[in-house]
Design a protein around this ligand. Structure first.
Ligand code: 5AD
Length: 431
């Protein structure tokens, strides 16, 4: 089945075109724009080639600016040749062959990659992910910075160190002016995107959040990622209109049973609904999962990766589960570094043109974790830019690594990669 992709000149045009095509009865899907046609953060419309004519007719007399391209998956020429005479199983070779030809992997293929224990196969998996990362998103590691502006939370997620039930010595909320000050510190490093994260805290009403967003936009023009949990569709729309570009709402696991066990206050379908709203409102849509959750299987992780592809997710944060003191899960084992790295590698192979952060959680259980992630498909690092006096109170899990600009630079250099040009600091001395 041949497919085509409609690339529009703006998110608004894309959303308008999407509505028109759906109303016309065409089967369309929103996916991250393939790298040859646009930046990672843009979304395009995918449809079957047989619908090309009716799509063109539907969009003809509108003001929507668009172009149509064949939807070609990326091939990896020479892969099988390079794997000749290597000690890898036939089943693994079959999957590699599909990757070389640019074919979609099935859940079973993904599972096979995640499950391999062979040193040679793991090395091959990492190499393929790294090559795809280089060809699709290049060598630059994007640097983002997060302000964790409130550690109040109304939810009691069993794994989380700031859950409602936790008796924390210090709960804090940052006011608008304080947040703006922190945003400007980030701006002075040259960083272009700020992540505003908090517990689910109703103190920040829709109006309060919108006011913060508008001020950041007006005073800094930075890209804004919100990460404040589940809200109504109406709220998400208002945040978008007030200037939020990206939204990070992790699915954590796509296994409904595990999801509902670890989130006693949440409903899995509601979480999915929120992700769908974010998608239809034109957000650059962020998700992610934890590796090593109680009851989670490798099959579940394969399902998570299929979900990211099918939902057209743009940013995928994958980190190990880490027990947090004072939570019901404080004595559970920590997730595995290797499974986290494998999941990152497979996600790059399956999802292609996406932001894959080398997560803080990974850096918290392995001092070299971010460099390792950058070498197997990751291309983004998030700094913790919460003011010092609050930082230590935002302990989602034990020994959280407070990623600063220096540790980010070390990971980027260690992985032999490049810092973005916009960054104004390139060494400890501030040069
Ligand atoms: N271990 C690992 N990651 C955690 N997060 C929260 N608590 C933990 C934990 N105990 C992650 C979740 C959440 C993000 C903000 O932090 O994935 O979405």
């Amino acid at each position: 089945m041949k497919r085509i992709i409609i690339v529009c000149s703006s998110t608004n045009h894309m959303l308008k075109a999407d509505t028109i095509l759906r109303e016309r009865g065409l089967v369309v899907d929103l996916v991250p724009t393939p790298s040859q046609y646009g930046s990672i953060c843009s979304t395009s419309i995918l449809l079957e080639e047989i619908d090309k004519k009716s799509a063109e007719e539907s969009l003809e007399n509108t003001n929507i600016k668009f172009s149509i391209h064949p939807y070609e998956t990326r091939k990896l020429t020479g892969l099988m040749e390079a794997l000749k005479n290597q000690n890898i199983s036939t089943a693994f070779q079959v999957v590699m062959n599909k990757i070389e030809l640019g074919m979609d992997l099935t859940k079973e293929d993904i599972l096979l990659l995640l499950k391999t224990e062979s040193k040679k196969e793991i090395e091959t998996l990492y190499g393929v992910a790294d090559r795809l990362r280089r060809e699709i998103v290049g060598d630059i590691v994007e640097i983002r910075a997060a302000i964790e502006f409130s550690n109040y939370c109304k939810k009691s997620c069993n794994y989380c160190g700031i859950r409602k039930g936790c008796d924390l010595p210090h709960r804090y909320r940052m006011e608008e002016d304080e947040i703006l000050e922190a945003v400007k510190d980030i701006l002075s490093l040259g960083i272009k995107t700020v992540i505003l994260q908090s517990g689910e805290d109703d103190y920040y009403t829709t109006e309060k959040i919108c006011s913060i967003l508008r001020r950041i936009k007006k005073e800094t023009k930075m890209g804004i990622t919100l990460s404040i949990g589940e809200r109504s569709r109406e709220d998400y729309l208002k945040f978008r209109e007030a200037g939020a570009n990206n939204f990070l709402l992790k699915i954590e696991t796509t296994n409904q049973e595990v999801f509902e066990r670890i989130h006693p206050d949440n409903d899995f379908d509601q979480r999915l609904q929120c992700a769908k709203w974010l998608k239809e409102l034109g957000y650059v849509n962020g998700s992610g999962n934890m590796i090593g959750l109680p009851g989670q299987t490798v099959e579940d992780i394969a399902d998570d990766i299929v979900y990211y592809r099918d939902m057209g997710i743009h940013m995928i944060g994958i980190g190990p589960f880490i027990p947090a003191p004072g939570t019901p899960y404080e004595n559970l084992p920590t997730g595995s570094v290797e499974m986290t790295l494998k999941a990152i590698a497979v996600t790059r192979i399956v999802c292609k043109n996406v932001f894959l952060p080398a997560t803080t959680a990974l850096a918290s259980i392995d001092a070299d974790g971010q460099r390792k992630a950058l070498e197997v498909g990751a291309n983004t690092i998030m700094l913790i830019s919460t003011p010092d006096k609050y930082k230590k109170s935002y302990q989602l899990y034990k020994n959280k690594n407070m990623i600063d600009i220096q540790s980010a630079i070390d990971a980027v250099k260690g992985a032999n990669r490049r810092l973005p040009k916009y960054l104004k600091v390139t060494s400890k001395e501030g040069i």
